[in-house]
Design a binder for this molecule. Structure first.
Ligand code: PMV
Length: 371
């Protein structure tokens, strides 16, 4: 499977901002990337060591749900230890700061020069924290992309676009498994399989051979509950270690990856829908059948799933649902059905959401480098 080309674009700023942009670039010790969240079609659930997945997974890259990160690195005073300040939405955020500092420790062997610098990270998400969109994929990948841009400037390391992305994916994986898929446009594959030869456990790759209809896909995220989860994804992955259905699950995930790759290439929306919904339900089935068992779905998650299936059957609209490790519902459908599905959402689904909260996102072309 070949890699898609890096779809970066330096966004043109309004003319009154150009001067500021030039100033910033001249400083040389600052860079800024935005990187998107992704939604898995075939789920990564269960891992070994430092995010080596127990099975291959496939995701769609989102467009509007992004983390925008600015990294600056003044030279530090001699003798002081590497320091990092992390600001989230312009406010110092100690919990994220500690997480990024320990990630930096892990990355030291890949970026030996980091000990010579102090760091300031300014980060913000375009999606609300309460929306139930996992922000670790977008935030970890945005941070890693900044480190790679820093590496280019500081030690003049030049990589081809494909190698740059592969390295970004590999390093993002060390921060958060699913983050490795966020660096690619449209659709990504991550994880080894004897039949899908492009899959690798260490990094993801772009899934390029897909029908253009999937590049137009919409992702409407309906927030059912925005309170913190009772069981984290980290605990959930760990519970797969002794899960009674682990080996069956991993085999099924491999099968689903192979099938969905064909369905996406051949524009087989019926198979696509079948696999996507099966995967979402299996993920939550694994949670319910783990030891100890836990449930992240809410009654309204089920209500929406049933309504979406009924709507699909009655109207012939190729819309399906998927879920992350949480109760919120992601609707997936081609852009040509946007008006129809949004009407359905407003008329029939929003009353089951938390305060009518929903996000209208779509599939996007991957990270954007601002400077
Ligand atoms: O990357 P993590 O450790 O947050 O795990 C992600 C797990 C799921 O979102 C449930 C599935 C996936 O493949 O993204």
């Amino acid at each position: 499977m070949n890699h898609c080309r890096l779809q970066t674009a330096v966004r043109l700023k309004a003319s009154n901002n150009l001067f500021v942009m030039k100033e910033v670039r001249q400083k040389e010790n600052i860079c800024c990337w935005e990187s998107p969240a992704n939604i898995a079609l075939v789920k990564y659930w269960g891992k070994k060591g430092d995010q080596i997945p127990a099975n291959p997974s496939i995701s769609l890259t989102l467009k509007k749900s992004v983390t925008k990160t600015t990294l600056s690195w003044p030279k530090k005073d001699v003798g002081r230890s590497m320091g990092l300040k992390y600001f989230f939405n312009r406010e110092r955020h100690k919990a994220f700061e500690d997480k990024i500092i320990s990630f930096m420790e892990e990355l030291r062997s890949y970026f030996p020069f980091i000990d010579d610098y102090q760091f300031e990270v300014q980060s913000l998400n375009t999606f609300p924290h309460s929306a139930g969109i996992a922000s670790s994929a977008s935030s970890m990948s945005a941070f890693v992309l900044c480190l790679l841009s820093m590496e280019e400037k500081v030690i003049n390391r030049r990589l081809s676009k494909d190698d740059f992305l592969k390295r970004a994916s590999f390093l993002s994986r060390l921060g958060s498994g699913s983050a490795c898929r966020s660096v690619y446009p449209y659709a990504a594959l991550w994880g080894r399989d004897d039949i899908i030869l492009a899959g690798d456990d260490q990094y993801a790759s772009a899934l390029c051979d897909i029908d253009p209809i999937f590049k137009s896909y919409q992702n409407s995220i309906l927030v059912i509950d925005s309170t913190p989860k009772s069981t984290s994804s980290r605990q959930g992955h760990r519970l797969m270690d002794n899960h009674p259905y682990a080996s069956i699950r991993y085999e099924r995930a491999r099968k689903h990856c192979r099938e969905i790759i064909h369905a996406m290439r051949d524009k087989d929306l019926t198979t696509f829908i079948e696999i996507v919904e099966k995967e979402a339900l299996e993920l939550h089935g694994l949670m319910m059948t783990s030891d100890p068992s836990y449930i992240l779905l809410k009654p309204n998650s089920l209500e929406l799933m049933v309504r979406i299936r009924n709507f699909r059957q009655d109207s012939g609209t190729p819309v399906c649902f998927t879920l992350d490790a949480g109760p919120n519902i992601h609707l997936l459908y081609p852009r040509s059905y946007k008006k129809k599905v949004e009407e359905f959402i407003k008329n029939e689904l929003l009353k089951f959401t938390a305060g009518g909260l929903w996000i209208s996102d779509e599939i996007g072309s991957g990270p954007i480098k601002h400077y």
